[in-house]
Design a protein around this ligand. Structure first.
Ligand SMILES: [Zn+2]
Length: 346
């Protein structure tokens, strides 16, 4: 007989979720209600992007304690969210739930850090793409938000006397109108709304992890690129969580149901290279540059040890989390004892 506990993943068992701020709670309950009412179709994920079905359960809840877990592919190390919302439900989810759930009333946070992100893209391009200097650049950003990155890149490249033409697209009407206010040529929708344009550089910053069918989305994106064009991809890297204290060294706080995939650099390469993208440079943060070629990329990343590498990283992370937790509880205990003995007078 199977008990519930036997079915729990060993590394990350039951999780009740972070404490939600008041302004985020209505969105959490609305999502639960909409799922219960059948307004969203949940899909079980049985196959990895690499076609392997060798998937191992990793977690059962996300950051909010919502019943969206993850599995890890034993063949390539890609982490997949399951169940997940279906592709046709995503516009409704992003319109009604997502921003309220992650930001609450703090919608000003929307573009926090985008200037720094643009500076990272600029620097990475300067370091790894020497041919940049002798041309005018066309840049397209998919999921460009209010256009802060595009605007900043324009400024940065103009200091080097590189002339840029920039275009963007985003599903959020509000973001698109803000970008237009900045004088940017930005359209509402996905890559298809930019058909006919060709970019030297396409940017996907914190977008790819939200996709469902990566190959299909990349196919649409290559339609916007010439042979030899560059693709910048940034995603929150799972093998960088020891450097991101904002997640409290907790994989479950990092894991969010809107991310259909969690990558490290190797599993990202493995998901992207088959679509004609040659790896140029990247780190575990993950910030990466690929170059598009319309002939198949010969040199592919070796994923043989990636599954075990990620698992041992996550085990190390759990040790760190527990150590931090006991440090904190020691501090609380000390404070409490002090209080009891009357040493503190506040
Ligand atoms: Zn796989």
């Amino acid at each position: 007989m199977h008990t519930i506990s036997e079915k729990q993943p060993s590394l990350f068992p039951f999780y009740e979720g972070i404490k939600l701020e008041k302004t985020k709670k209505p969105y959490y309950f609305r999502l639960l209600k909409d799922i219960f009412d059948g307004k969203y179709n949940l899909e079980q994920v049985n196959e990895c992007q690499c076609r392997s079905r060798n998937l191992e359960p990793l977690s059962r809840q996300d950051r909010f304690g919502l019943p969206f877990g993850t599995v890890i592919c034993k063949d390539c190390g890609l982490i997949l969210t399951t169940p997940r919302l279906s592709a046709k439900d995503l516009p409704q989810f992003y319109r009604d739930i997502y921003w309220g759930l992650v930001l609450g009333e703090n919608s000003a946070e929307l573009s926090t850090g985008d200037k720094e992100k643009a500076a990272d893209i600029y620097q990475l391009m300067k370091n790894h793409v020497p041919s940049l200097d002798d041309k005018n650049l066309t840049i397209i950003e998919i999921g460009c938000g209010s256009g802060v990155k595009l605007n900043t890149l324009k400024e940065l490249f103009s200091k080097d006397n590189i002339l840029t033409t920039v275009y963007g697209c985003d599903f959020s009407e509000e973001a698109v109108s803000k970008a237009k206010d900045k004088g940017l040529e930005v359209y509402k929708g996905g890559p298809e709304v930019l058909a006919g344009k060709k970019a030297d550089l396409v940017i996907l910053s914190h977008v790819l992890e939200h996709f469902i069918d990566i190959k299909n989305e990349l196919k649409a994106i290559t339609g916007l690129m010439d042979n030899g064009g560059y693709l910048y991809i940034e995603v929150p890297g799972v093998c960088d969580l020891l450097n991101k204290s904002e997640y409290g060294y907790n994989y479950l706080i990092y894991s969010i149901m809107a991310h259909n995939y969690n990558f490290n650099l190797t599993s990202l390469r493995s998901a992207v290279e088959p679509s004609g993208f040659k790896f140029i440079a990247g780190d575990e943060y993950v910030r990466s540059i690929f170059q598009y070629s319309n002939t198949p990329v010969a040199e592919r990343v070796n994923t043989a040890n990636n599954y075990s590498r990620i698992l041992s990283y996550l085990e190390q992370l759990e040790k760190m989390r527990k150590a931090e937790e006991s440090k904190l509880s020691r501090k609380v205990k000390k404070w409490f004892l002090k209080k009891l003995s009357g040493e503190t007078h506040e």
